[in-house]
Design a protein around this ligand. Structure first.
Ligand code: M6R
Length: 366
């Protein structure tokens, strides 16, 4: 049942190229310039005329929501707020029928997310669901939605659910940008083609596993990790840290790279590994200077770099390479080495990777 893998988590990590394809199959026709989601077509006007989009979710699904905030604001120019479902529902939020709410949940059973949906509906908002489990409670409670089609995710640590959620959210953003006219035809076609290439790029990222294993062996006994990223890769830093915490029980914090100087930099010494997502992007030079600041304080740098990178490679202690893709799509590839890093550290520490202590696959308590 684990398909020859030692753990479900590893199997699910390796399924990503094929499940990402399953997610966009029949929905993305790159060469024809078509992206179409059944659940969305009737509500395009509702989305593009919305005052704002509010995304509610928990855990890894919340991180996918944060990635979506960047891509929606970039491509569709609609203000987006991303809320922890649990905070949203207990806070008397300002919400009206002009808001569109997107609820993201792998299981479709998370109690806090479900309660947030009910609250939003009671205020008249339109609620769109992105779920993996077909027929789940959240998929039934939302007005419309899109399934991720990632197949069953057994490992408690979410992996393929995250990348397929981002795939769906990216398709939604592209469809809306096209309808609203906020994207040029050239860029639209470019994104469609690049999205269609993502399964191959993920495949290439998976090929670096041996190198990642070596890095895992070096750092497995440390007690703290810092993860840094900017822009689209800030949520990936959060997700990388969550993955490490959940399955290895090592304390890890994700931070926007530029916030480091406002506090966390005090933690840096020769003991502290800092995972920096430093792929080619609009912020590349800034990330390079963040790395220099860490090096000056003797922190150990593990950098996620774009293929062919030299500047970061020269500065970093260890690098994990990912293929090049437009910045908006980089989370789909930069996530891969971080999943593998946590996995191997947890295995080396003898942890119960698929069923970490104190955690359940779906959190149905509030
Ligand atoms: O099923 P959901 O996507 O609603 O679950 C949300 C979180 O409970 C979930 O992502 C959790 O954080 C995972 N264990 C992360 O790996």
């Amino acid at each position: 049942e684990k398909g020859g893998y030692d753990h479900f988590m590893l199997k699910e990590i390796y399924e990503q190229p094929s499940v990402i394809k399953d997610t966009y199959r029949g929905r993305l026709l790159a060469e024809k310039g078509i992206v179409k989601l059944g659940g969305l077509e009737d509500y395009i006007e509702k989305f593009i005329n919305a005052d704002r989009i509010i995304i509610v979710a928990c855990g890894t699904s919340w991180h996918a929501g944060l990635v979506a905030e960047y891509i929606f604001e970039d491509l569709v120019r609609i203000p987006v707020e991303v809320e922890y479902a649990s905070e949203f529902r207990y806070r008397n939020p300002v919400i009206s029928e002009n808001d569109v709410v997107i609820a993201i949940s792998q299981s479709g059973e998370t109690a806090d997310t479900l309660a947030a949906i009910k609250l939003a509906k009671s205020k008249g908002a339109f609620v769109y669901g992105i779920c993996n489990v077909v027929g789940s409670t959240i998929s039934r409670e939302t007005h419309s939605g899109t399934y991720t089609h990632a197949g069953p995710e057994i490992g408690v640590a979410s992996t393929k659910a995250f990348t397929t959620q981002i795939t769906v959210l990216t398709m939604i953003a592209l469809r809306l940008a096209k309808a609203k006219g906020t994207i040029s035809q050239r860029d639209f076609m470019l994104y469609l083609r690049e999205l269609d290439l993502i399964p191959d790029q993920v495949e290439k990222a998976l090929k670096t596993e041996d190198k990642i294993k070596e890095i895992a062996a070096v750092f497995k006994d440390v007690r703290n990790f810092l993860y840094l990223g900017r822009g689209y890769n800030f949520p990936v830093a959060l997700e990388g840290a969550l993955k490490l915490k959940e399955i290895s029980y090592i304390h890890a914090e994700g931070y926007p790279a530029a916030e480091m100087k406002h506090g966390p930099i005090a933690l840096i010494d020769e003991q502290m590994p800092v995972v920096v997502i430093a792929v080619k992007s609009d912020h590349y030079d800034k990330v390079v200077s963040n790395i220099q600041e860490i090096k000056a304080r003797k922190g150990k740098i593990i950098a996620v770099v774009s293929k062919g990178d030299t500047a970061v490679r020269d500065l970093a202690d260890y690098v994990m390479e990912v293929p090049k893709t437009p910045e908006a799509l980089t989370p789909l590839v930069t996530t891969i080495p971080l999943q593998l890093l946590s996995y191997h550290i947890a295995v080396m520490l003898g942890r119960n990777v698929d069923q970490p202590r104190n955690l359940a696959k779906s959190v149905t308590v509030e």
